[in-house]
Design a protein around this ligand. Structure first.
Ligand code: GAL
Length: 680
């Protein structure tokens, strides 16, 4: 534990996620400009195209490219061989043209020779099937052979380019996301478990192996949770998820330490997938100098902007400062069932939305749309239509606009008065087989609560349940099925110190071993909300709702008996009709609210808006039209119109629009997808 203890005995969790002190930061790479560019895969193109690329990059204001992400076979065509000439030429070309390089280690896609010569580098799925080469990410995090090759190529890359003047940042691997149930993974899983539990007795107790005759008498008997006849041991599965995240982190740290040795002056990152289940990002960000993420909302999704905002809010909170939008799509992706392009203006709007929420880098997958390979229908900044295509024209406009606002916004950070608590162990444990409802999906529940705040024009941070929450006026818990004792103490201390809490159903059910707490919900939490007995959970079918005072509940309902001897417990809404008639749906004891269902969107939004206002949380702007979002970053006010209609927005005061250069007083007009970036 790296957190410090203050006089109240409270752990200061802030220091647990702040990045290593004295390490370079994103500011060392941006140098006062917003990084603009993307993954550049010139190995797919003849060298004549490189010249054309550079011309178009400069015209578009591209100042950063990410090289090398999938270039292992090109760099090491045979075991131990090195082909650096092409990369030398590229690094020099970028430098000569004033374009910075984020250099990736190529370790997410090993060359075919590796799988052929070393089948032990290939992961196995839970059914024992090998994941062969021919796609990407076919590496086992546990393979000593893979790790040896990965370290060697990283070492040579870092030695060769670590001081290159074009280099701005290191990018390790790409979207770490592999699992492995194979034999070498079984060995590392056992080692991880030995470190965690020390003895088999402790493991047997934690895993509850008395159930179904699962008691282990020898470490060698323990396997990754492979294909089984019926439901698997949930704590074994939970530990496997924790272990997988830790193993991938080990791979990252090993490469990171190599590049740090060669370029201590440069920051290091690895890009997250948005709200990806496989990596405990709270743990990972402690090891990163720059937090970066890939964001791909669906342009057709009516909540695309909110889904993007959620990831941006989460990443800003993890970074505790500016962060990097490593990848987004300039147009369509090609991995949905149907892949829609972005209508005119949407790419600009969502890019500026990311800047408003703290991004100091707006980058894409990828620079030039491929003509071959699995992603040839995925957009690029330069689409198949080329420089005269709409996509590139819009990219050029965005590049120019980002250059106008960079100096005023980079390196500034804003926090919110509201925190949403989110945690991976709770997600993992709550998503197990054998639960009462498969309709309850953790990310959807988190999205629903974030959406409720979004629709109330309230911006929120995300926080880990053990973080110091003192800075927040309102803390909301969409759902934390598993909570450690430390997290419960932290939440109780927050309310005791005057904080306001709104907590959703299925929270505090299990301890960190996924053991159901006595009474079905931790007794300290029950006391906090004034719940005497939680008699039964009543999950709802997909098309079922529960009638409550003034709204309908979805997904879930609960048979709760209130602690009526305690003064101050208020049923703010009750169930109407059915088995739960008259029982509380929304409970409040002082500043602690408990919501035992998922209210329909408008009702949850109204509820949270009311509680926020009671807790003294203000909005950035009042009276905003429904589709308009206002976000403050430092002193700069971003007003974003997510609607297709022109709107007029009241903005009391006088400002300069950093994009148009015009003076704005008291109101601003925004076209469809329009954005104003206002400096006081
Ligand atoms: C990301 C990945 C990129 C590219 C992109 C397509 O997940 O890092 O390499 O595949 O998706 O949307």
């Amino acid at each position: 534990m790296t957190g410090q203890t203050d006089q109240t005995g409270q752990t200061d969790q802030t220091s647990q996620i702040s990045q290593t002190p004295d390490r370079p930061t994103l500011a060392d790479a941006t140098r006062g400009r917003i990084l603009f560019g993307g993954d550049y895969n010139p190995e797919q193109w003849p060298e004549e195209t490189w010249q054309e690329d550079v011309r178009l990059m400069k015209e578009a204001g591209v100042n950063s490219v990410t090289l090398g992400v999938f270039s292992w076979a090109k760099l090491e065509p045979k075991p131990g061989a090195r082909e650096f000439g092409w990369l030398d030429r590229l690094m020099d070309l970028m430098h000569a043209n004033g374009i910075g390089v984020v250099l990736a280690t190529p370790t997410s896609s090993p060359p075919p020779w590796m799988g052929r010569l070393h089948p032990d580098t290939l992961p196995r799925d839970e059914d024992g099937r090998t994941e062969w080469w021919g796609g990407r990410q076919h590496f086992s995090h546990s393979s000593a052979t893979y790790r040896r090759y990965a370290a060697a190529i990283t070492e040579d890359l870092a030695a060769r380019y670590g001081s290159h003047p074009a280099l701005r940042m290191w990018h390790i691997n790409n979207e770490y996301c592999t699992y492995d149930w194979g034999d070498e993974a079984a060995v590392t899983f056992r080692r991880w478990l030995q470190d965690k539990y020390g003895t088999l007795d402790a493991l047997n107790t934690a895993w509850g192996t008395a159930f179904w005759s699962q008691g282990y008498g020898d470490w060698e008997e323990i396997l990754p949770p492979r294909h089984a006849h019926y439901m698997k041991n949930p704590t074994q599965v939970l530990d496997f998820k924790r272990y997988t995240s830790d193993m991938l982190l080990e791979c990252y740290v090993a490469e990171r330490d190599i590049v740090r040795r060669h370029s201590p002056h440069l920051p290091v990152t690895s890009n997250f997938m948005p709200m990806w289940v496989g990596q405990d990002a709270w743990k990972w960000v402690r090891e990163e100098d720059v937090v970066s993420v890939d964001v791909y909302p669906d342009p057709r999704d009516p909540f695309g902007a909110q889904n993007g905002a959620l990831i941006q809010d989460m990443t800003r909170s993890q970074a505790r400062g500016p962060w990097m939008l490593m990848e987004q799509a300039a147009g369509p992706v090609n991995w949905r069932g149907v892949n829609h392009p972005k209508p005119h203006g949407l790419n600009r709007l969502w890019s500026l939305q990311a800047v408003a929420r703290g991004a100091d880098a707006v980058c894409y997958f990828q620079w030039r749309q491929s003509r071959q390979g699995a992603e040839k229908f995925h957009s690029g900044m330069v689409s198949h239509a080329g420089e005269h295509g709409r996509t590139y024209r819009e990219i050029k406009q965005l590049g120019a606009e980002l250059a106008c606002i960079g100096a005023e916004v980079t390196d500034s950070h804003s926090t919110s008065d509201i925190a949403i608590l989110h945690e991976w162990n709770a997600w993992w444990a709550g998503a197990q087989d054998g639960r009462l409802s498969h309709e309850v999906d953790y990310p959807q529940v988190v999205r629903a609560w974030h959406r409720a705040l979004w629709e109330a024009h309230l911006t929120a941070d995300f926080a880990h349940p053990e973080h110091d929450l003192a800075a927040y006026k309102l803390v909301v818990v969409p759902q934390l099925y598993l909570l450690t004792d430390a997290a419960i103490d932290n939440i109780l201390a927050y309310v005791r110190a005057g904080g306001t809490l709104v907590c959703g159903f299925l929270t505090g059910v299990a301890d960190e071993d996924d053991r159901v707490r006595a009474g079905g919900m931790d007794e300290r939490l029950r006391e906090l909300f004034g719940i005497r007995t939680l008699h039964e959970w009543w999950p709802l079918d997909a098309d079922e709702t529960a009638e409550c005072d003034g709204f309908r509940g979805t997904l879930w309902s609960e048979e709760i008996e209130v602690e009526d001897s305690v003064a101050g417990v208020v049923a703010e809404a009750v169930y109407k009709g059915g088995e739960l008639d008259g029982l509380p749906a929304v409970l409040r004891k002082g500043r602690a609210w408990y919501v035992s269902t998922l209210p329909e969107p408008a009702a949850l939004s109204d509820l949270l808006a009311g509680v926020a206002s009671g807790a003294g949380v203000g909005r950035v702007l009042d009276g905003l039209p429904a589709q308009v979002e206002a976000v403050r970053r430092g002193d700069v006010l971003f007003v974003l119109n997510h609607g297709r209609e022109k709107v007029t927005v009241e903005v009391p005061g006088a400002y300069r629009d950093l994009i148009s250069g015009e003076q704005v007083a008291d109101s601003v007009e925004l076209e469809r997808y329009g954005v104003a970036v206002l400096s006081p």
